[in-house]
Ligand binder design. Structure first.
Ligand SMILES: *Cc1c(COP(=O)(O)O)cnc(C)c1O
Length: 492
């Protein structure tokens, strides 16, 4: 088996400031043919710069090489397989980028009067309608900028709902398998988080919920499929228990890629669902953005959603501020419009059948990997999974090879490591999400690399423990990098 591998050209590159040579420039401007104005005569004294700007001065080839070389240090979905679990690093069709860079959209100012932004407003409106259809929910806002921001918006909506009823509730139930943003978003809204145990099947049970559900609980926050890649099969029963106690059901919809066109969360008793448009509906993401975290709600929460909403009045699309109990604004202008545009293009190109097929293939690919690896790696919940599969390092640990070592070694074979040490309830977790966009050949290469590493761990564990060998940097002090980041080159 041939692995993509990571040997080859990989240029060292200094900071662009270090390449700078006084007077060197990447462009030449024509002679000035208007009278020169001294800055001091046009700009108030207090705004004038005092010293040199200290900007790098480089030629065009130096500039181009600098950024091209840096770009080659990055691993991306366009470089290769990127099985980062829960992040849905699917390939993003380039046609979406063409549409999102159309200047009729990019140069549209969000403050232009509605009659000049009808096309854009129509797209926001129609995307909302499509997502309502996909999710089976009653109303939607597309304003939040990311999944976590959608969670915050959803939790604020829940808070406002109970406040309006005159019966504030303090607690949120969250399973121990949840993404860290779930308890964080709840805590930011002033809720107290009650941890619910997932149990040995990896999913929530009604019995656990009955134990902790009472009139102090505002909502349960469930991820479905959950972070173990398992479908929460008891979700309907759980929703019924929560509702019968006057509570609400929040669903973290970041994993929608497993169930599009197959399950409508609205039919499972979900009251609030956040989408991660950048994951499921194909916007290049990572490194913190850009994202889209639309929030869909059931009828009873509609009036609490943020404003403005985009609504249709006859043949016109307008920004509507009329929700009486709205939590207010959560983002500037219309939200991340260009992410919505990509999602819209993606959904329209795929169609209902295409989206369903994408989910089916995402699930098939994850199960293919699960079955091929199961004799060599521990799979704590070894059953048919959804779009991702969670392994552990239990079998390799007796040779003192850990998940960290396996992840590092994968880079030598040319693969981005999976999500590691998450979910927290699996010791030494490796969470693999292949997505639907990978071919069988790519999956086979990845599987072969994983099997190779399992063999190395058995026969020569030191090789794995000292990996990586072929990457620019070896093992970093990740704690130091996180605690003492060097973010600034210039001392300003
Ligand atoms: C990615 C993810 C989030 C957070 O989404 P962001 O867009 O990164 O803020 C929340 N929950 C789950 C399950 C996720 O996978």
């Amino acid at each position: 088996m041939q692995f993509p591998g990571t040997t080859g050209f990989n240029f060292n590159e200094p900071l662009i400031f270090e390449k700078s040579k006084k007077g060197r420039t990447a462009c030449t401007l024509p002679e000035n043919d208007v009278p020169e104005v001294k800055p001091e005569s046009a700009i108030p004294q207090e705004y004038l710069r005092e010293g040199e700007t200290n900007l790098p001065e480089v030629s065009e080839p130096d500039l181009v090489r600098h950024y091209v070389r840096l770009s080659q240090w990055n691993y991306s979905v366009d470089t290769g397989f990127y099985p980062l679990g829960s992040c849905t690093m699917k390939y993003n069709p380039k046609v979406n980028e063409m549409i999102a860079s159309n200047k009729n959209f990019t140069q549209l100012h969000p403050l232009v009067p509605e009659e000049f932004s009808q096309g854009a407003l129509k797209i926001i409106y129609e995307l909302g309608e499509l997502l309502k259809e996909i999710s089976g929910m009653d109303d939607i806002t597309l304003l939040p900028f990311a999944g976590a921001h959608g969670e915050l918006t959803g939790m604020l909506t829940i808070k406002a709902y109970f406040r309006k009823k005159g019966k504030e509730r303090k607690k949120i139930l969250i399973p121990d398998s949840a993404h860290g943003t779930n308890p964080a978003s709840s805590a930011m809204c002033g809720f107290e988080v009650v941890k619910v145990s997932t149990g040995d099947k990896g999913i929530l049970t009604s019995e656990e919920i009955v134990k902790v559900m009472n009139e102090d609980v505002a909502a349960i926050m469930i991820t479905n499929p959950n972070t173990l890649g398992l479908f929460e099969r008891n979700i309907k029963e759980i929703s019924d228990i929560v509702h019968s106690n006057g509570g609400l059901v929040y669903c973290d919809g970041a994993n929608l890629n497993a169930i599009m066109g197959i399950v409508k969360p609205g039919k499972l008793g979900i009251d609030v669902l956040q989408f991660n448009l950048h994951k499921t509906f194909s916007t290049p993401h990572g490194g913190g953005g850009p994202g889209g975290g639309g929030v869909a709600v059931s009828r009873k929460l509609s009036d609490f959603l943020p404003v403005p909403a985009v609504v249709r009045k006859g043949r016109k699309y307008v920004l509507d501020y009329s929700k009486k109990n709205s939590i207010g604004r959560v983002s500037t202008f219309w939200g991340n419009f260009l992410v919505m545009l990509r999602a819209y293009a993606y959904i329209r190109v795929m169609g209902a059948d295409g989206l369903k097929r994408a989910s089916e293939l995402a699930v098939l690919n994850a199960n293919y990997i699960r079955v091929k690896l199961k004799n060599y790696y521990d799979i704590p919940y070894d059953e048919i999974c959804m779009h991702e599969v969670v392994l552990s390092d239990k079998k390799q640990k007796n040779r003192s090879v850990t998940t960290m070592d396996i992840a590092k070694r994968l880079m030598d074979y040319g693969f981005h490591p999976p999500t590691i040490y998450f979910p927290l309830i699996v010791s030494g977790a490796m969470m693999i999400e292949p997505t639907e966009t990978e071919s069988k050949e790519t999956l086979d290469e990845f599987i072969a690399a994983m099997l190779f590493i399992a063999k190395e761990a058995e026969e020569n564990p030191d090789i794995v423990k000292s990996a990586p060998y072929n990457t620019r940097l070896k093992r970093l002090d990740e704690v130091k990098a996180a605690r003492e980041p060097v973010l600034k080159y210039l001392k300003l």
